[in-house]
Design a binder for this molecule. Structure first.
Ligand code: BES
Ligand code: MN
Ligand code: ZN
Length: 489
């Protein structure tokens, strides 16, 4: 979809749907102009339908004549003091959904005068135009989706808008990687996708295949992947800024393309949606795309995705196997379903060889984290307060919910076992914390944080800005975090 800015008179813009944001009961100049052109008292009609300009409300008028648009949609955004990023974005998404419901190919949003509000609303609209229909057979004459979104504004939003669009492209890439089904989005396919991103956006790409992983001693990635006919991969993209490198950071994403649980097989219901177990890797690759395009200065960024399918066969990893990881410690497998931390352990050990000062890993790691925080909030685990705060700030700036959890070292003994350096699970209670502590055992640097995104990476139901499926959660936060690092240099 093409997004463009226009300063034309809104009553003359040729469009299928003209969207007017309404701030509570404040009079809207734009609405007055539209009423004048059409001769219809839209505000009265809307008031009769209880429309009060509040967030979540809208009013659609069809069959409009005497102006460029054939439909007018009022969307409530509330008064300026009551506004939140979330509700503005949701207003944009709801406009896009209305446009789609009317099979409109071209819609126009009259930008609110407040710049931040305008950008949030546009972001919601663009996010709202996403749909995943790769596997839906189409016939001639079917609605083919959006072509253009015009933004009617007198402000020059172009630079900000271009940056938001780049980030949204990253979000949409992550959504699609998750939505692509596990028979298509195998570790090999993900590695190919990563290489494509690298060549399009000027990143360096390195992919270790099963023989390189085997000979390199990545035994935990191999252990998880060897039960599947789809062999594992370790994907490593690098963004190098054009000038001097002052900081080196890494994002590491869990890329389990399907998690059956292995011999600790998941029950039927829990298997559904386990193609989203590469949501961490998807977020990392989405961020790679955006960062490759935005080209922040001074910061080298590594994007690392260990990818495997956790499956069952005569070859599969068993409970009680003891495996020596790439970081040289041994792990006794107590539960083959705690596989994410295994592949991450090898990836974390590997990326520290590149002397990065900061590592953020992202993983759909535990059901326990979803129990703790609900489906829309990610858990943040780190003993570094400054790093934690900058992640929380970045998340807040882009409207993503992240909550800091305790990385309580007292629980670390729960991973001890008499026969190996550690086991791969603790007891049921505190499961998200012991998972984070397991990862912590493979990290030697101080600047490490772990994000458990098992809740927000995927949604079964439509939400205020997402259709059902992959959400692209954390792409925006990672990009914002990287910009923050770059700007601080
Ligand atoms: N991929 C799952 C975690 C998960 C659960 C993600 C629900 C999204 C929604 C992970 O590999 C897993 O199976 N974790 C186990 C750990 C347990 C065996 C210690 C879990 O959470 O039950
Ligand atoms: Mn699992
Ligand atoms: Zn998993």
């Amino acid at each position: 979809m093409n997004v463009s800015l226009t300063s034309a008179d809104i009553t003359t813009i040729d469009t299928g749907l003209l969207v007017l944001p309404i701030a509570g009961t404040e009079t809207s100049e734009a609405l007055l102009n539209v009423e004048k052109a059409t001769g219809i008292e839209i505000s009265t009609l809307a008031a009769e339908e209880q429309f009060k300009g509040e967030p979540g409300q809208d009013f659609l008028l069809r069959g409009v004549s005497n102006m460029g648009a054939s439909r007018v949609l009022l969307v409530g955004i509330g008064t300026e003091d009551s506004r939140e990023y979330d509700t503005l974005r949701a207003a944009g998404t709801s406009a896009a959904r209305q446009a789609k419901a009317s099979h409109v190919t071209n819609f126009t949003i009259v930008a609110p005068s407040d710049r931040a509000a305008a950008l949030a609303m546009i972001e919601g609209a663009v996010l709202g135009t996403y749909h995943f229909d790769r596997f839906i057979s189409k016939s001639d004459g079917d609605y083919a989706g959006f072509e253009t979104l015009q933004i009617a504004t007198q402000d020059d939003l172009s630079a900000d808008l271009a940056e938001r669009q780049t980030i949204i492209e990253g979000v949409n890439l992550a959504r699609t990687l998750v939505n692509d089904t596990p028979n298509h989005m195998t570790p090999i396919a993900m590695a190919q996708k990563a290489k494509d991103i690298a060549s399009e956006f000027g990143l360096k790409a390195k992919v270790l295949d099963e023989s390189a992983l085997e000979s390199g001693g990545f035994n935990l990635i191999m252990g998880v992947g060897k039960g599947s006919d789809n062999p594992p991969r370790l994907i490593h993209l690098t963004y190098t800024p054009s000038g001097e490198v002052k900081r080196k950071i890494a994002f590491v994403g869990k890329g389990v393309t399907f998690d059956t649980g292995g011999y600790n097989l998941k029950p039927g219901g829990a298997l559904l949606a386990m193609h989203s177990d590469m949501g961490g890797a998807a977020a990392v690759l989405g961020a790679a795309r955006a960062i490759g395009e935005l080209k922040p200065e001074g910061v080298e960024v590594h994007f690392v995705c260990p990818s495997a399918e956790n499956s069952i066969s005569g070859n599969a990893m068993r409970p009680q196997d003891i495996i020596r990881g790439y970081g040289k410690q041994t792990v006794e497998i107590h539960n083959t379903d705690a596989e994410g931390r295994l592949i991450l352990a090898d990836a974390l050990a590997y990326i520290q060889e590149y002397e990065v000062d900061t590592i953020i890993d992202l993983a759909t790691l535990t059901g326990a984290c979803v129990v703790a925080l609900g489906e829309s909030t990610a858990g943040l685990f780190s003993s570094n307060d400054a790093l934690s705060q900058s992640i929380l700030d970045a998340a807040a700036a882009c409207g993503e919910d992240i909550w800091r959890m305790p990385l309580n070292k007292k629980l670390d003994v729960l991973l001890d076992t008499p026969t190996a350096d550690m086991k791969n699970v603790g007891p049921r209670w505190g499961g998200a914390i012991t998972a984070a502590l397991f990862l912590n055992r493979w990290v030697k640097i101080d600047g490490w944080a772990h994000l458990d995104i098992a809740g927000p990476a995927y949604t079964e139901k439509e939400t205020s800005t997402n259709p059902p499926g992959g959400t692209g959660f954390a792409v925006a936060t990672l990009v914002e975090f990287t910009k923050g690092v770059s700007n601080s240099l």
